[in-house]
Design a protein around this ligand. Structure first.
Ligand SMILES: [Fe+2]
Length: 314
C-alpha cells in the first residue's frame, strides 16, 4: 500500500518521535538554576535580554529548547542567533529540524491542530521555505542544527527535568498545550508521560501559549511548565517574552507565576525586550504583505488573546 502523502504543517514526521522512557538517562545538565528559553523565534532583542538576565545569576545555565530561529532571515540576524544560542545548551525544535534538511514534506513541522486555519499553516510553510533558503548560505551550521538533540535532561536539586520542545513523545507534539493540560480525558496520557520518563518536571514550548500546571499522581507533586514564547508576546497588552526558570532558590526579580516541585522553584519569568528595536528589525525582514507579517504582526504589537490567569487555570 502506498502511504498517503504528508500534509505540510499538519502531520508529524515519524522521525520527530521518541519514547518518554528515553528520558531515563543521566542528566546532561546539573545546575542550581536553569533558564529554559523556548520559542525565541529569531528575536535578537529578546536573546540579548535573556543573556543579560542569566549573566546576573552566576552559575545559572541557559537552555534553548528549540525554535530559536524563525523570523531571522537576514544573514546578520541568522548568524547572531545561531552563534549566541549554540554557545549554551540547545536542542532542536521543528524549525531547526526543517531548515537543517531539504524539504521533507513536513512544511514547518509544526503539526498544527485543526483549530489553526489552513491559511495560517500555508503562511508558516512559506516562512520556513524562506528561512531555509537563508540558511543554505551556511551548510556547516545547517548540519550542526540537524545534529542537535531532540530533548535534554537536567537535574536541579532533587528535581529531574525533562526538557523538550513539544511534548513527552514528540518534538512537535501538542500534549503540553494549555488546553490539553486542563482536559480530563488527557490526564492518563500525562500520567504515563511522567511515569515512563521518570521526570518530576517537563519544560516545554512549541504551542506558543504558556502554561504552568502541577499534578499529583501519587508520588508527590510534578509539573509541566510550557513557557509559550520567549521571543513573542504571550498575553494581551503585554509586549514581553516568557521563560521558565527552575532553581534551588527563587528568582531574584519578579515571577509571574511560581510552583514548587521536589523543593525546587519553577517560575514563569517575563523577558522585557526592547519592543521598538525588535519591531523595526522584524518589519525590515517581513514587511506588510509578507507571510510573517500577516500571521504575526498583530501578536507582536498587541499580544495574543490570552490572559495571565490562563497560565495556571484552565
Ligand atoms: Fe515549534
Amino acid at each position: 500500500m502506498t502511504p498517503s502523502p504528508m500534509r505540510p504543517g499538519r502531520d508529524c514526521p515519524l522521525s520527530y518521535r521518541y519514547p518518554p522512557a528515553s528520558l531515563r538517562r543521566e542528566a546532561e545538565i546539573v545546575s542550581d538554576a536553569i533558564y529554559v528559553v523556548g520559542g525565541l523565534y529569531g528575536n535578537v532583542e529578546a536573546l540579548e535580554r535573556v543573556r543579560s538576565m542569566a549573566a546576573d545569576e552566576p552559575g545559572a545555565a541557559l537552555v534553548f529548547n528549540g525554535d530559536f530561529h524563525w523570523f531571522d532571515v537576514s544573514r546578520e540576524d541568522f548568524l547572531a542567533v545561531n552563534g549566541a544560542v549554540l554557545a549554551h545548551h540547545a536542542l532542536r525544535g521543528n524549525v531547526e529540524t526543517e531548515i537543517a534538511a531539504d524539504d521533507s514534506g513536513a512544511g514547518c513541522g509544526c503539526a498544527y491542530p485543526m483549530d489553526v486555519s489552513d491559511a495560517e499553516v500555508a503562511r508558516s510553510n512559506r516562512i520556513i521555505e524562506r528561512l531555509r533558503d537563508a540558511a543554505r548560505a551556511f551548510p556547516s551550521l545547517r548540519k550542526g542544527l540537524g545534529e542537535l538533540p531532540m530533548n535534554l535532561v537536567a537535574q536541579v536539586g532533587g528535581a529531574r527535568v525533562g526538557i523538550v520542545h513539544g511534548d513527552a513523545s514528540s518534538l512537535a507534539g501538542w500534549g503540553f498545550a494549555h488546553d490539553r493540560l486542563a482536559d480530563p480525558a488527557h490526564r492518563r496520557w500525562i500520567e504515563n508521560a511522567f511515569r515512563e520518563s521518570g521526570a518530576d518536571l517537563f519544560a516545554s514550548s512549541h504551542t506558543c501559549l504558556p502554561a504552568l500546571r502541577t499534578f499529583d499522581f501519587g508520588r508527590g507533586e510534578v509539573a509541566v511548565a510550557n513557557n509559550g514564547a520567549a521571543g513573542m508576546p504571550n498575553f494581551a497588552g503585554r509586549r514581553s517574552g516568557l521563560l521558565t526558570r527552575v532553581g534551588l532558590a527563587p528568582y531574584a526579580g519578579e515571577a509571574l507565576h511560581r510552583v514548587k516541585v521536589r523543593g525546587v522553584h519553577v517560575e514563569a519569568i517575563e523577558i522585557g525586550y526592547d519592543h521598538e528595536r525588535w519591531a523595526g528589525r522584524f518589519l525590515a525582514a517581513w514587511p506588510e504583505g509578507s507571510p510573517a507579517h500577516d500571521s504575526y504582526w498583530r501578536r507582536l504589537s498587541e499580544g495574543p488573546r490570552y490572559a495571565l490567569e490562563n497560565v495556571i487555570a484552565a
